[in-house]
Design a protein around this ligand. Structure first.
Ligand code: ADP
Length: 175
């Protein structure tokens, strides 16, 4: 695993990173899971900004990412990305999941963010198998870090014990 990548267990809304990533849906208008938790913790300013973005650019397509402020969160910015809904694996899900990570990292690099925290995108309501998603997250982030100086550190924030265990297992395999 890349030395600038950390696996931690916790709540992403509490992370003092320059940016935290939201596993949003393409409407950008809020949802359940980590999206709901981020909006609850950030307060109405974030929802207002997302509504403006939804109106001006019609949301965010799957695999892409957009940046907003962070309202009341300890982070400075939120990068909203939309992971794929799992439909059995034959609908380009792996490529779309890698794009969600890559486009989020690209935004962080453009803004010279030192630290960015990711949830396990697509592995909740969107149903992506957790082990396969962990392998893609680790590989995609490690490749990006090899090619870029920013972000300086990436935190993979696991909310549930299972994701934490899977990330650790996969990171040991790829060492
Ligand atoms: P998706 O719709 O992309 O599947 P979800 O929010 O349903 O997004 O789930 C994505 C992952 O985020 C899941 O692994 C879930 O356990 C995790 N998650 C939920 N709440 C939080 C939180 N507060 N901090 C970090 N991860 C969270």
């Amino acid at each position: 695993m890349h030395s600038r990548l950390r696996i931690i267990q916790g709540d992403i809304t509490r992370q003092q990173a320059d940016a935290i990533v939201n596993a949003a849906n393409s409407s950008l208008l809020g949802g359940g899971g980590v999206d709901g938790a981020i909006h609850r913790a950030a307060g109405p300013a974030l929802l207002a900004e997302c509504r403006q973005l939804a109106a001006s650019r019609g949301g965010c397509p799957t695999g892409e990412a957009v940046l907003t402020g962070a309202g009341n969160l300890p982070a400075r910015a939120v990068i909203h990305t939309v992971g794929p809904v799992w439909r059995g694996g034959g609908q380009g899900e792996a490529e779309l999941l890698a794009s969600a990570y890559n486009n989020s990292l690209r935004l962080a690099a453009e803004h010279r963010f030192a630290t960015i925290a990711f949830p396990a995108i697509s592995t909740g309501i969107y149903g992506y198998p957790k082990a396969a998603a962990a392998a893609i997250a680790l590989r995609t982030i490690s490749q990006f870090l090899q090619q870029h100086d920013y972000p300086q550190q990436v935190w993979l924030v696991c909310f549930d014990e299972e994701s934490y265990r899977l990330y650790r297992q996969h990171s040991e395999q790829s060492d």
